[in-house]
Design a protein around this ligand. Sequence first.
Ligand SMILES: [Zn+2]
Length: 108
Amino acid sequence: MRKPWFITLKFLPYSGMALFPFVLIKHADFKWSKTLVYHERIHLMQQLELLILPFYFFYVMNYFVNIIRFRNHDRAYREIIFEKEAYQNELEINYLRNRPFWAFLRYL
Ligand SMILES: [Zn+2]
């Protein structure tokens, strides 16, 4: 995958956020953070594989199920299958090269 297009938004509530085909970042310098960029690139791939809009639907549904299960925002967020895949592989440079289609299903 090519380098993503970055958009800096100072009011962004998170360090970074993937919004296909862009990666929104809170500070311009964050584009040099390999971990953040790999993490968001995994989300871009997930979004592409789910044809963009369904990704956001499943992401939010997964969050709501988790908030009922765990009654804790941080845990609910971390347990979203898309986040689990991204956090577990954000340090692996070649992850996207070898990643099977819909690999996020492994984290269900
Ligand atoms: Zn994420």
